[in-house]
Each structure stands twice: as C-alpha cells, then as structure tokens.
Design a binder for this molecule. Structure first.
Ligand SMILES: Cc1ncc(COP(=O)(O)O)c(C=O)c1O
Length: 415
C-alpha cells in the first residue's frame, strides 16, 4: 500500500488514539530512521526511549534470528533458558533480588501496585498497622491501564475512564512538607519516577527521595521507583535511583529492556517477594524466550561497548550544548536531565510545537512533552557530531523565530 492509502485505511479502521506525523518509515540504521523514499532522519527520540542500540544493531538482529529459529514462545507453564539469564543480570545491576516479567511498562507498573497492596495485606495479617493508600506525585506518568492511569497525575488521562482505582493521593512534586503531611500508616506505598519523563524530564531532589525512603521505612510502606523511562542505562547508570544512592523496595523496567521487542519487568526485595505464591499473578506472553534473549543481548552489548560511560560523556556534551543554546535564545527557560534523558523547556507551548515540526522538516526527530518541554531520548550510540547537527538546527529555528518575533514587535511598535 502507498502512504496515502495506508493513511486513509487507518483513518477508517483504527481507533483514533494517535495523531501521527505524516511519515512512513520503512527502515532504520544506527541512529537514523529511513522513510519510504529513502530519506534519513536523525532520531533523537528512539521510539520514545526504546531503541537504546539504535536500528539494525547486529546484536539485536542476530539474537532475534537465532532465537526465533530456536523458540519464540512457550508460556510460563514451562522453563526456557532466557528468564533466569536475564533475571541474573537485572538483579545484579539494580540491587534488587527477584523479578517478574511482563510485556510492557504499564503491565510492569500494575504488577508493582498489586505487589504493594498484597504485601500490605500480608503485613496486616502479621499484626502491622498499614493501610492500602498510594501516594503518587503530581505530573507523574505510569501508563494507561487502570491501576497505572489511576496513579498518573493528568486528569485528561484519568477522567474519561472514571471511576478509576480508588485510594490514590497526589503529592506536590519535590515538596517534602506536602509528602510529610500526606504520609501516614494508611499508606502502603510511595510511588515516584526518579526523573519524571512524560512530566517534563524533572529529576527528584536528593532531599525528596531520601525523605520518601525514610518515611516508608518508618512504617514498612514500600518505596516504588518507576524506571520504565529513566532506567536501563538511559541516565548513565542502570537505574536513575542509583544517582541518589537510594535503593527502592520495588522498581519497574520496560522501554529499552528488549530493544523494541515488548518486555517489562518488576523487581523487588526478597522481603517483598515473600508475599507472592503460585497463581497470584501471571501472564501468557511476559518473559518469553525471544524477548528475554534480546534483553540479555542488550545488557551484554551495553557493557561490552562501554555504553554507560558513553551515555555520560555524550549526554554531558549534549547538555552543555543545550546550555550554550539557552544563553543565545531567551525562549529557552531551562535545560535539565541526566545522561541521554534531556530536556529544554521553552517559554511558549506554540513555539515548542512549532520547533518539533521545524526539526521534522530538517529530518530530525524530537518530541514535546508537558506542552513546553522539548525532550531528547536518543539511542545510546549517539555521537557528538549528531548532537552538533541537532544544536545547529535548533539554533537556526530559534534565530528565525527571534527575527520574526522582533520584526512583528517592531511592526507593532512603529504601527
Ligand atoms: C515512567 C513511565 N512509566 C510507565 C510507562 C508506560 O509504559 P508503556 O507505554 O510501555 O505501557 C511509561 C511510558 O511512557 C513511562 O514513561
């Protein structure tokens, strides 16, 4: 089918959940996506933080070829080689003890929420006084299924589907006194992203995360850190909470975990894991042989190629260049992030939208989150030259915008 036919068929046949950009991608190589006419696009978004090794990476392609010939699916009724291999690597790198594999971010997060409620129930049966309430953060995003959307802040994601799961209260972002005021032994878990992704690439302060850990410890509530966007090396460490020196009781991973093959994971301590027994939770597809084999290959490649150090180096360079850009264009009001999870916040939602479109015209993919925040989640194999290409393009766009703006202002002034 030609692009226009595909577009017409989608409009007729699909639920209209997405506003797609009018491009048909048919391939990819390294940090580039390739459209139907062979044009190459520099991808600074990597499928919303998924394609950590970029496109057509031999480690992924070869693993998929080998594993798909051997075994794609068995269900969780039987053993295969992949889950133990991947769980060994994940527990070593996250500091947690046990893993449950799911298929997506939101499913991993559902697993974490269920674990928290079940664990609180176990503690109550052992005589502890602990409730069922969740404290989540303002601007949080945890996914689209019912539990996830109930703990996601933006009303537009929750309200059409009400009533959502009860027992969730939102705490003001990085507001330690609000956290203290809302915490009590009614709370079974505090839910955070160490660096909020969809909320605008906003890191928690050390003080806030430390207080969340201390409060949770004081009652036996759980600290649950969602690392679906920030985890698996994106910030230069395996998990963003490792920048804080704080270990949660539960964490969730997904996005880059199997480099584009759907896979999510919930990890927890041995103490929390004791609540789970056979039959309580499960999945048909989660942790299948294909996804797990790719997950193993991704971790091994990140380590073999020194990509955590690379993410730090190229990420620092990217951030420096964004700061340079901010000095020259006052429309940029903040630059933030860690590693290759970066953002430039603008003073105008219209300009942010326009900038994404202008970058697309220059064949560079970025996106805009939280209305005014330009977000960069490139593949870990990004090089400095790619950063320079992006910065030059942004410089040009903001310069043109500035010139148009001052002409308009001048026109108004003289008129
Ligand atoms: C922090 C965080 N949690 C959960 C999710 C949901 O993941 P998925 O879209 O794979 O369900 C996302 C997706 O953007 C996310 O960024």
């Amino acid at each position: 089918m030609k692009f226009e036919e595909i577009r017409a068929a989608e409009e007729r046949l699909l639920l209209s959940t997405y506003e797609r950009s009018p491009i048909l991608f048919t391939g990819g190589e390294d940090v580039h996506l390739i459209d139907e006419s062979g044009e190459r696009y520099l991808d600074l978004l990597s499928g919303i933080g998924v394609n950590a090794l970029g496109y057509n990476h031999p480690a992924i392609v070869d693993t998929i070829a080998r594993q798909s010939r051997a075994l794609i699916h068995t269900s969780n009724l039987y053993y295969h080689e992949g889950q133990a291999e991947l769980a060994m690597r994940l527990t070593e790198r996250t500091g947690l003890d046990r893993v449950f594999f799911a298929n997506s971010g939101t499913e991993a997060w559902e697993g974490a929420l269920k674990l928290a409620r079940a664990y609180a129930g176990l503690r109550r049966s052992e005589g502890a006084s602990i409730g069922t309430k969740f404290l989540a953060l303002e601007q949080s995003f945890h996914g689209r299924t019912f539990g996830s959307v109930s703990t996601t802040f933006k009303a537009k994601y929750r309200e059409p589907f009400g009533p959502v799961v009860p027992g969730v209260e939102f705490v003001r972002f990085n507001d330690v006194s609000d956290l203290r005021a809302k915490f009590s032994n009614e709370v079974c878990a505090i839910l955070v992203e160490a660096i909020q992704g969809e909320g605008g690439v906003r890191p928690l302060t050390q003080e806030f995360l430390a207080e969340a850990r201390a409060l949770a410890n004081s009652t036996g509530a759980l600290l649950i850190v969602d690392e679906i966007q920030a985890g698996m090396g994106r910030t230069g460490k395996w998990c963003a909470y490792q920048h804080y020196g704080i270990l949660p009781d539960v964490t969730t991973l997904a996005k880059p975990l199997a480099g584009g093959i759907p896979l999510g994971a919930v990890l927890c301590t041995e103490e929390v894991a004791r609540v789970i027994h056979a039959g309580m939770h499960g999945t048909t597809f989660g942790g299948g042989p294909l996804a797990c084999a790719v997950g193993v290959a991704i971790i091994d490649t990140i380590e073999k190629d020194g990509l955590l150090a690379h993410v730090n180096q190229v990420g620092n360079y990217f951030q420096e260049r964004l700061r340079w850009l901010a000095k020259h264009h006052e429309t940029i009001i903040d630059v933030r992030g860690k590693g290759l999870m970066l953002a430039a916040e603008l003073d105008s939602a219209d300009l942010a939208k326009q900038t994404v479109a202008e970058m697309l015209k220059r064949r560079i993919l970025i996106n805009c989150t939280s209305d005014t925040v330009l977000r960069f989640l490139p593949p870990y194999i990004l090089e400095r030259a790619h950063v320079d290409t992006a910065i030059d393009a942004l410089d040009e766009i903001f310069t043109e915008h500035g010139a148009a703006h001052s002409t308009q202002a001048g026109g108004r002034h003289h008129g």
